[in-house]
Design a binder for this molecule. Structure first.
Ligand code: MG
Length: 385
């Protein structure tokens, strides 16, 4: 039976790669719904190619333009946050791929979960800011949440080798980003352009800066903790510059299982859709006829302050991860606009976090409010420097 897909964020990096997989396996999928922010030209192309019955865009004006352009088709066009939410619970859909960036991925994810859909999750914020709530709802509505992030896909795959109680720790690999090996003094005047040059992965601006600071890895620690219900001390980060080992699980007996592959998102996206099966594809592969050396080195406390802040947010729990995420979005944006320096990123985040009064087991409204508070507070702190 064909899987009926909704792809939220269909014109972004993960969204377009998901559609590549749909094209590789046309007999396995129907695209029923597509949503995007503002790229309506690409969305129009996608509609003509994949024939969804419903689409959503962010702005009302865009929806009107798109509706006119697609007047020859019977596709329904929605707009705004509500449009995306309606699409997440669309009756004909069984798998919702959440590939939108940022906080806006949270409500559609929760909606899909509450509608009992299978959710393939590429949106980090959802698990970072509301991981406990989201996973509780997933259990309640018997919805499956499958990771698309390469590290979490790796962990998920390695976890098939043992039972939950047999896990000693999960080892998340980090490439170290473009500034690996640089001393603090050398980082003082790095530019956004330098931070955006990731050695192994092609990604959007925020996640590239977050990779350079290791904040991205910190968020992945929080995600892993929520998704796989682990304790904070069960997640270790190691530097692995080649990005071939996507992450590992170490079991109580000392066995370490790893998932390897080229740094290419097509594979984790495909696995989220094919699970529990594996499907043959013709994607580029790791070459066994070359010489390879894989390196691993430890991460020490104090070395990457943003990573330490993520562990701190996890420890503090409640609304603190939402505050860290909201504040990070603002500081990264300010760094990209050259309003602050690279080294000010962790300092400003720590400042905002220190001002926050944590609410434990927050409701969705309290999480949304913590996010708003963090953004406002961060702007204030930046204006003062
Ligand atoms: Mg990742």
């Amino acid at each position: 039976m064909k899987q009926q897909l909704a792809i939220l964020g269909s014109t972004g990096s993960i969204g377009t790669q998901t559609l590549k997989i749909v094209e590789q396996f046309p007999h396995r999928f129907n695209v029923r719904a597509l949503a995007t922010g503002t790229n309506i030209s690409l969305l129009e192309e996608q509609v003509r190619r994949f024939h969804p019955e419903i689409v959503a865009v962010y702005h009302k004006e865009h929806a009107v333009t798109l509706k006119n352009r697609l007047a020859d088709l019977s596709v329904k066009v929605l707009s705004g946050e509500r449009g995306m939410i309606e699409l997440s619970a669309w009756p004909g859909v069984d798998v919702v791929i959440v590939a939108v960036v940022g906080f806006s991925g949270m409500m559609p994810t929760l909606t899909a979960i509450r509608a009992g859909k299978k959710v393939a999750l590429a949106n980090k914020e959802t698990l970072v800011v509301a991981g406990e709530l989201v996973m509780t709802e997933a259990r309640r509505f018997k919805a499956t949440v499958l990771p698309i992030d390469s590290e979490h896909s790796a962990i998920f795959q390695c976890l098939h080798a043992g039972r939950k109680g047999e896990i000693k720790q999960v080892v998340l690999t980090a490439s170290g980003g473009p500034f690996l090996g640089k001393k603090k003094e050398e980082l003082a005047d790095v530019t956004p352009e330098q931070a955006l040059k990731h050695p192994n992965w092609k990604m959007g601006p925020r996640i590239s800066v977050d990779s350079a600071t290791l904040m991205n890895k910190g968020f992945e620690v929080i995600e892993a903790c929520r998704l796989f219900e682990l304790e904070k001390n069960q997640i270790k980060v190691v530097i692995h510059p080649e990005s071939i080992v996507h992450s590992m699980v170490e079991y109580l007996d000392g066995s370490i299982l790893a998932q390897l592959g080229l740094p290419d998102m097509l594979l984790p996206i495909q696995y989220a859709l094919s699970y529990p099966e594996r499907w043959a594809n013709d994607f580029p592969r790791f070459a066994w006829d070359h010489h390879h050396a894989l390196h691993f080195s430890p991460v020490f406390e104090g070395e990457y302050p943003c990573l330490d802040l993520a562990y701190y947010a996890l420890q503090a729990g409640g609304t603190m991860p939402a505050v860290l995420n909201g504040a990070d979005e603002i500081v990264v944006h300010s760094f990209l606009e050259k309003r602050i320096s690279f080294l000010q990123i962790p300092t400003l985040l720590a400042e905002v976090m220190s001002r926050h009064k944590v609410i434990q087991q927050p409701s969705l409204e309290e999480i949304v409010e913590a996010d708003r508070w963090a953004r406002r507070e961060t702007e204030k702190v930046i204006c003062r420097i």
